[in-house]
Design a protein around this ligand. Structure first.
Ligand SMILES: NC(=O)c1ccc[n+]([C@@H]2O[C@H](COP(=O)([O-])OP(=O)(O)OC[C@H]3O[C@@H](n4cnc5c(N)ncnc54)[C@H](O)[C@@H]3O)[C@@H](O)[C@H]2O)c1
Length: 384
């Protein structure tokens, strides 16, 4: 089978950890031909990491992927070349590649995605896909106009407990879903913000709701479904005076279908990450999925069911979980078979629009009606 040719743009924390892991795990379907970072050493490190990891994965096998047989390793090493290293992504625009993944700071996603879509490349972009409703709309319409795939990395949708919940929602097992709560109780300290100066700024990021909480906000809206009617929110910067944006947020979301969503997100939990939990309450079902990062079923109640085999799943190594591997495979599949990726641009927009609605509500000190037009840049200079 011919492999798709891909490039990674941005080789920082998530790029080197999760994109490289996912490219290596899918090296039977995707050839990572180029890695790009404005800091050359980071791109070099990512290229080396990819080569190293490819030695650990068995091309073409879905079973027992960590087995390193001498024969297979030799085969891998013949087929998998070290990716080319570049520092300026514009060199790639007229090159023979099928798609890029974008893992740069959030405030750059829009510009880079638009450049690659304009150059007729499919784009898989990290969350949040952009920081303004206008930018997200432009990305979605350019992808549509050029018949290209635009996917967004909300990889937690692939967590096995979340997939189990999804089956119950789609089968109607909950009856009417009344309300759901997304809680993200984590810790981000000064070192984290000092590592990358864009974090916590309105121009390039947003606060904990945009950066840490957007996954669970996505799961909340996916679970309750449909359009938002109105949002009311309070945010604070309790404990991170050296960043511009919030480190705590609480919001109530009224959906047009009558259900209510509650969000509680914080980066202040002493002394370390505690939990990321999604609780769903319906007429004939109650589900709570918790653990470090929505990876463990805690409560599972439906008529005749009072537990689930996924109640004792271990916490993942990091809060990023393992969903990027499946997400990359799905995105490649969507290109090869010309179908929608599991998480489209339209899907990716929903959580960001909710977070922008929260910011707008906080700025205007009142509930805001949806749909909205807003951007994190409109928060510059905001005083908590
Ligand atoms: N899906 C997830 O679970 C998850 C987890 C963490 C971060 N993220 C998202 O990933 C993105 C990156 O976050 P991070 O923590 O890895 O940041 P980071 O600062 O560690 O990495 C960003 C990298 O992009 C590079 N870069 C910036 N501009 C570039 C350009 N024009 N061309 C090439 N490289 C460029 C920087 O040099 C840096 O190495 C953010 O949008 C963040 O929200 C997603």
């Amino acid at each position: 089978m011919t492999r798709l040719r891909a490039a990674l743009i941005g080789c920082g924390r998530i790029g080197i950890k999760k994109h490289i892991e996912a490219f290596a795990a899918n090296s039977d379907k995707i050839e990572l031909v180029t890695v790009c970072d404005i800091v050359k050493e980071k791109a070099e490190r990512a290229a080396d990491e990819y080569k190293k990891r490819c030695g650990l994965w068995v091309v073409g096998s879905t079973k027992d992927k960590k087995t390193v047989s001498a024969q297979r390793t030799t085969y891998n090493q013949q087929r998998i070349l070290k990716p080319q290293v570049i520092t300026d992504y514009s060199e790639l625009l007229d090159k023979d590649i099928d798609f890029v993944t974008i893992a740069t700071e959030s405030g750059n996603h829009y510009r880079i995605a638009m450049d690659f879509l304009s150059a007729r490349k499919h784009v898989l972009v990290e969350k949040p896909m952009a920081l303004s409703t206008d930018h997200m709309d432009e990305m979605i319409s350019l992808a549509k106009e050029k018949h290209l795939k635009l996917g967004v990395c909300f990889q937690n949708r692939f967590n096995p407990p979340i997939q189990e919940l999804r089956k119950k929602i789609e089968s109607g097992a909950f009856g009417k879903i009344f309300n759901a709560t997304a809680r993200i109780l984590w810790n981000r300290n000064k070192d984290y913000y000092k590592q990358s100066s864009w974090r916590g700024t309105w121009a390039m990021d947003g606060g904990t709701l945009m950066n840490q909480c957007s996954h669970n906000i996505d799961l909340l809206q996916w679970t309750l479904g449909g359009d938002i009617e109105e949002i009311y929110a309070v945010t604070k910067n309790f404990n991170h005076k050296y960043i511009e944006a919030e480190d705590f947020g609480a919001a109530i979301l009224k959906f047009k279908n009558g259900s209510v969503g509650i969000i509680e997100g914080t980066a202040n939990v002493y002394p370390r990450n505690l939990e990321e939990t999604l609780s769903v309450f319906g007429e004939s079902g109650t589900v709570i999925i918790g653990g470090l990062a929505v990876n463990k079923i805690q409560t599972w109640r439906f008529p005749g069911e009072d537990s689930h085999p996924f109640m004792n799943l271990p916490d993942p190594e990091t809060v990023y979980g393992n969903g990027h591997i499946t997400l990359f495979a799905d995105f490649a599949n969507s290109i090869v078979h010309d179908k929608k990726p599991y998480i489209t641009g339209e899907d990716g927009k929903k959580a960001v629009e909710i977070i922008l609605g929260i910011y707008k509500s906080v700025k205007e000190k009142r509930p805001v009606k949806f749909p909205i037009e807003f951007s994190t840049e409109e928060m510059i200079g905001f005083k908590f």
